[in-house]
Design a protein around this ligand. Structure first.
Ligand SMILES: [Zn+2]
Length: 279
């Protein structure tokens, strides 16, 4: 699933092509991808100019001149591609946006079809129901605020970091990688960590996400930039997808367990389950 670095990369690329473009037509090939009626969707978008494109957690928001916001979540396998109309759309392409003054289209492609488009209004969370339960992303808060969110957690720290209503933007890859760098076992209960270690985890998460954005994300299977190019950060993963290979620090083989229903990679040598950091 695309996480913060992948979605941020997509948003930055889309801005280059789409800001100021006027939507000419919207062709829906698979209406199941919409969270509203196809008629309302098409009529609400056609004729609008795209004023701004933003990321909120793992959501992509297109702000339109009508005051409406087009909301997109890519879920597992969603891709946003900028392609020439002369390139045939394949059977996994579900929505095609064309513009007045251009020779390209924005196409939404999704093999598993878990992604979705919705319509919202302006910036207010109450008018954007999909965003109303979304926590801040790691860049939107101070270390002190991050501690206040994580410290009281009575669950495994990995499970808290994946919870989008607490902290948004993180998914399986970047949680496993940051817990490895912080030397925290993914099953450690958050309320057993000291505030100092949680602050350090916040710094590690932001640094890791920054690096991943500079490599334009991680491509393991489906993620592509809108121009079809893969990201590069997968070459720098230290534990994710590396089960059985030696830890880069202590050479213990990386193990895979299940935490919060998700495949979780960690080094048993560097990341020990701790009883409590406090007292
Ligand atoms: Zn290790």
């Amino acid at each position: 699933m695309p996480e913060l670095p992948e979605v941020e990369t997509i948003v930055r690329r889309l801005r280059l092509n789409l800001i100021g473009q006027k939507i000419k037509a919207v062709q829906v090939l698979y209406p199941g991808i919409l969270r509203c009626s196809q008629q309302v969707f098409v009529q609400s978008l056609a004729g609008n100019i795209i004023r701004e494109i933003r990321r909120k957690g793992k959501f992509i928001l297109f702000e339109l001149t009508s005051g409406r916001t087009l909301i997109l979540h890519l879920k597992m396998t969603g891709q946003v591609l900028i392609e020439s109309p002369s390139v045939p759309a394949d059977r996994h392409t579900h929505v095609i946006f064309s513009f007045f003054s251009s020779d390209f289209q924005m196409r939404y492609r999704d093999i598993r079809k878990f992604g979705f488009f919705a319509l919202g209004q302006g910036d207010s969370p109450t008018l954007n129901p999909y965003l109303s339960r979304l926590g801040p992303d790691p860049f939107e808060i101070t270390s002190h605020q991050f501690v206040k969110i994580i410290l009281p957690g009575k669950r495994a720290v990995k499970s808290l970091l994946l919870d989008q209503s607490l902290i948004s933007g993180l998914g399986n890859i970047y949680v496993d990688e940051s817990l490895f760098q912080a030397k925290i076992h993914p099953l450690t209960r958050a309320d057993s960590l000291s505030p100092v270690r949680i602050k350090s985890l916040h710094r590690i998460i932001k640094k890791l996400l920054d690096r991943a954005v500079s490599w334009q994300g991680s491509t393991l299977r489906d993620y592509r930039r809108p121009d079809g190019i893969s990201g590069g950060f997968q070459n720098y993963h230290q534990v994710y997808g590396r089960t059985g290979t030696p830890c880069p620090f202590c050479h213990t083989p990386i193990e895979k367990i299940r935490v919060a229903g998700r495949g979780t990679h960690f080094c048993p040598g560097c990341q020990k389950v701790e009883k409590s950091d406090r007292n």
